[in-house]
Design a protein around this ligand. Sequence first.
Ligand SMILES: [Cu+2]
Length: 304
Amino acid sequence: MSVIRGDHDDSTSRPRAIAWARALCLATLGWAAQAEANTSDGYNLPVGVTSLSRDIYTLHMEVFWICVAIAVAVFGVMIYALVKFRHSQGAIPDTTLVHSTKVEIIWTIIPVAILVVMAIPAAKVILMMEDTRNSELSIRVTGYQWKWEYQYMDAGEGIDFFSTLSRDSNYARQLHSGIDPNTVPNYLLDVDKPMVIPSGTKVRLLLTSQDVIHAWWVPDFGAKRSAVPGFVNELWFKVDPGKEGIYRGQCTSLCGRDHGFMPVVVDVRTPDDFKKWVDEQKAASKQAAAQGEQPPPTALVLSK
Ligand SMILES: [Cu+2]
């Protein structure tokens, strides 16, 4: 690299260069602030409703601001040098820094230090994401082309159902259906039976697949993991109490023709409402068994 050093009178070009640098900084910071302000508009990650999603968001913003600072510093120096030490102003190339060991050590150590600074909080968050200990409710999630199966363990033992694209969306998506998708609420993001979970409870998902690789994803939970045939992947989240409601996501691993038609919907209820739901489900399955109904076909395929 050749560094150029100016040896001309720069009394007039300096204020202009400073003004340029200031404008660049303001433009960059303004854009960054805009990006953060637009969180809810989909320009940024959602902050979410779990401790995990908040930690992921905080980490993302920390790394983002470090990148902004690096960009401002690097482009600031570069543009300043381009403007101030230009040939037309009589600048003469300084070749003393070519192959300088000192400079090479500096520009190796600084990026390594920046990477270490970013790696420490990143490692903390990754370790936390993997820590599924002390979960209070486990649900086995199986991906199929193109639906999800939710099998409850622990308190919901015995509850087992499929979650498929809602009828409204399914009709509207058909070729020549004549239905305007804009008129369908939550088009392609709604299912017949959502996963139901309690708030304030550490929920562990055991993800696998019966055919190809799928991926279960709910952005507001900061939760996303692949469902791979023959493997069981773990995932956990704990929705904040008071954040009960419906949360939506999608399969995020290209899994075939109808990949876009297997949404994920999670209905978060208070622990009391969840218990009621569990009791209702158990009563309904008992009634079905008493009436001699066949068990769901998966019971024949998956060993329990
Ligand atoms: Cu899929």
